[in-house]
Design a protein around this ligand. Structure first.
Ligand code: T46
Length: 140
């Protein structure tokens, strides 16, 4: 779908398989080729984020991303230009798929939280829409 037309309905929480160790050695989660609907070209992570800080505050024209709270929790505010919703990520075996054309803001980071991001494209500043007014215009 064209990124101008994507809506909040295209956002998905995807459960990541969890392998619980039978001998009490903890859990292991794995993301494989078919777990998410894109091939991963880049991985980055946010950490040491102060609880009063905001990350994001932009949309992407082509990029798909998959966000996981590897540790702790944070809120992701999502906006398709018409509707808004907030999703709390707080489990390392549940990820949030954000398709292209969705405005996102990340806030309320808990102490020690880590946000892992798997991205469908390499870093490209040209792909960002960093002004909300411009985003609304883009979405028509
Ligand atoms: C998103 C949220 C969740 C790079 O050089 N390479 C990279 O791959 C990235 C992601 C960023 N940068 C540089 C660009 C800026 O100079 O790192 C600096 C901080 O980037 P930004 O202000 O975009 O960071 P966030 O946390 O506000 O946003 C990032 C992603 O950019 C964005 O796609 O969805 O995390």
């Amino acid at each position: 779908m064209e990124s101008k037309k994507t809506t909040l309905e295209s956002i998905k929480i995807i459960e990541i398989p969890k392998i619980e160790d039978k001998k009490g050695r903890g859990n292991l989660s794995v993301i494989e080729k078919d777990s998410i609907p894109f091939a991963v070209k880049r991985v980055y992570y946010l950490y040491d984020v102060p609880s009063n800080a905001y990350r994001g505050g932009h949309a992407h024209k082509n990029l798909f991303q998959f966000l996981i709270a590897l540790s702790g929790s944070f809120d992701v505010v999502l906006d398709d230009g018409i509707k808004k919703t907030t999703i709390t990520l707080n489990k390392p075996n549940k990820g949030l798929l954000i398709p292209k054309g969705i405005w996102r803001e990340l806030e309320n980071f808990s102490s020690g939280s880590v946000c892992l991001v798997l991205a469908s494209e390499e870093y490209d500043e040209e792909d960002y829409i960093r002004k909300y007014k411009q985003f609304l215009k883009y979405k028509g």
